[in-house]
Design a protein around this ligand. Structure first.
Ligand SMILES: [Zn+2]
Length: 103
């Protein structure tokens, strides 16, 4: 998975296009990410006694990884990610804009 938990991403499509957010959760099997403050959906909720009232609640829904770009903290640009191997054999991600290693 090219994008992981705690990465900052930029949304490319949909109603949240142009928004930046932090990845709160990654779902590698589905290639989806739950991003803070992005892709809110409205849900009708039943009342839970003592916890909440019935009504409409807003929840973040996961978005597909192809709809986002990683935001590089080194060069401050949204970028595609490539993988590379270090001399010690570790696989790391690097930024295609500035060439810096991300992890
Ligand atoms: Zn960069």
């Amino acid at each position: 998975m090219k994008i992981r938990k705690n990465d900052t991403i930029l949304v490319l499509t949909g109603k949240d296009k142009g928004k930046k957010g932090k990845v709160r959760f990654a779902y590698p099997e589905e290639d989806r990410l739950l991003v803070e403050g992005v892709n809110f959906i409205k849900k009708h909720a039943r009342a839970v006694k003592g916890a909440r009232q019935a009504g409409i609640i807003e929840l973040e829904a996961p978005i597909h990884i192809s709809n986002v770009l990683l935001f590089c903290s080194k060069c401050n640009h949204p970028t595609r990610v490539s993988f590379s191997f270090l001399e010690d054999g570790r696989k790391v991600r690097f930024c295609r804009s500035c060439g810096e290693v991300i992890d």
